[in-house]
Every structure is written in C-alpha cells, then in structure tokens.
Design a protein around this ligand. Sequence first.
Ligand code: GUN
Length: 297
Amino acid sequence: MILNKNNESKIINGKNYSKDFLIHVSNLAFKFENLLNRKPCLAVILIGDDNASKVYVKNKILTAKDTNIKSIEILLSNNTSEINLLNEINKLNNDDRIDGILVQLPLPDHIQVKKVVNSISPKKDVDGFHPQNFGNLILGNETVVPCTPLGCWYMLKKELNDLTGYHAVVIGRSNIVGKPMQSLLIKENCTVTVAHSKTRGLAEISNKADILIAAIGRPEFITSEFINSNSVIIDVGINRVNKKLVGDVRFQDGLKIAKKITPVPGGVGPMTIACLMYNTVKLAYRRNNQMFNEILL
Ligand code: GUN
C-alpha cells in the first residue's frame, strides 16, 4: 500500500515513542551510576539457538548499552537441564551486582516455564512474570509490569490520553500479553473484553472495539471485517512469513479502515525493549533503596 499524508498520519510510530522514552530511562541510569558508582545491570539467559530469540536478545543487549545499562548474556545449549538453568538463576538471584534477570522464552520442551518464572527473585523480575508481581498487577498495586503490555499501554496513553469508558478488545489470553494487558486496561477504566482463538463470533466482537489489542499469534488474522473506523489498533504480533515480518493484523486493512494502527515492525517491538530497560532501572533503584519517581502508571 502506498503511504500518503492521509494514511501516514494514522500510523502509531513505536520507534519514535521508544526513542523519546529511552532518553528518560538513560537519564535515570546515569543518575543511578552517579549515586552507586556502577551501572544498573541486566542478566539475560538464552537457551538454545532459536533464530528469532537470538535476534530479540541481541536487540535487548544493544539497547541496554545505548541506555547506560550493563548487560550480561548467558548462553546455554538446547539440552541444558532444568536443574542447571535453575542453578544459574539462583547464582544471579544471589549476586548483588545483578539488578534484573530475564530468561528469554520460549524454553525447550523439557524445561517447565512455571518453575523457571517462579525461581527468579521477584525483586529482580524485569519481566513481571513472577506470581507475586503478577498478583500485584491484578490487584492494581504498584508492581513491575510485563514489558509488552506496558509498551502498548504507553502508546495508548500517548495517543488517547484518557482511556476512560473505551471498549477495549484484547484478542489473546497469554500470560505475557493478554492477561496483564487486561489488568492495565481495567485500571484505566476501560470496558475490557478478552477474546481468543476459540471465541465465537470473534469478528463481530472485535468490530465493536474502540481499542483493539491483537495478540493472537497468527499472521494477518485480523482483516477488514474485524475493524471499525473508530478503532485504535495495537498489533502485538511478530510473524515471519516468506522472510518478511508481519503482524496479527493485515496492515493494509487496518490502515484503510481504522483510526490509528501500529506497524510491524516499528510498533510494539521497540516499545517492549524500551520498557525492559525501564523495568531494569526501576528495579535497580528499588533494590538499592534509592528513591525512584515512577514516570509511568
Ligand atoms: N519471549 C517473547 N516475549 C518475551 C518477553 O516479554 N519476555 C521473555 N522473557 N521472553 C519473551
């Protein structure tokens, strides 16, 4: 589709939002270094050689460097045992120089995600996946918010400001996106519908949305009949089709019909990484009993 002035203004530029946000985060990271004489530090564990995971981890490490955050990368082979991984996490939990721990998902089948998530200290849980942090999110308490939903929330607040009363439809019920997204939107006084692949009449429900969060994990699944002219669409999908990245929304349909839409790439992805940096710096301040003025939520 050819971009012109009319439809270009509909695109929510996640890349630009993330750049602005990372300036704040790096200022906080420099302030931390002045106070503590060391940079905030993020440890990333990557298991196996999934190509997409490798690219995500590389982007996280590069962004950390640009944001004055130290990072440590721990690479484990695909046949690493669960106990070996848990031992690595335990070492990081007990290392006072580490502020945040991220284990890149998905994991090989022989390792239980639940065990791994539960083993990361809630004080170093930059993903916000630990039941203690997740529970606090559902209760509406101050907590560490999972990075992807936090990035979606940030862009919605920038675009719409007050979300009160909007009907938000979240398509997808994963622990990483759908469930935490629901909690954030409820806190913003939205009316929230969580739908998923087994929902009956998905297109009609989706078509009623003022805010549509597409996180179903199927390439270009959301087409014109799911979209109304008043909707703001946040496309969380990252799918590789014929060597090209596409979202869960057929972009040309969204661009033609919706009020606003995030592109893939250049939408949610960069904001997710920026929020990971934010969570790392926030936990670094907290762990070291330094005053942290929340710039979000
Ligand atoms: N894999 C895909 N998204 C994520 C995420 O937000 N955190 C982690 N740890 N792994 C992921």
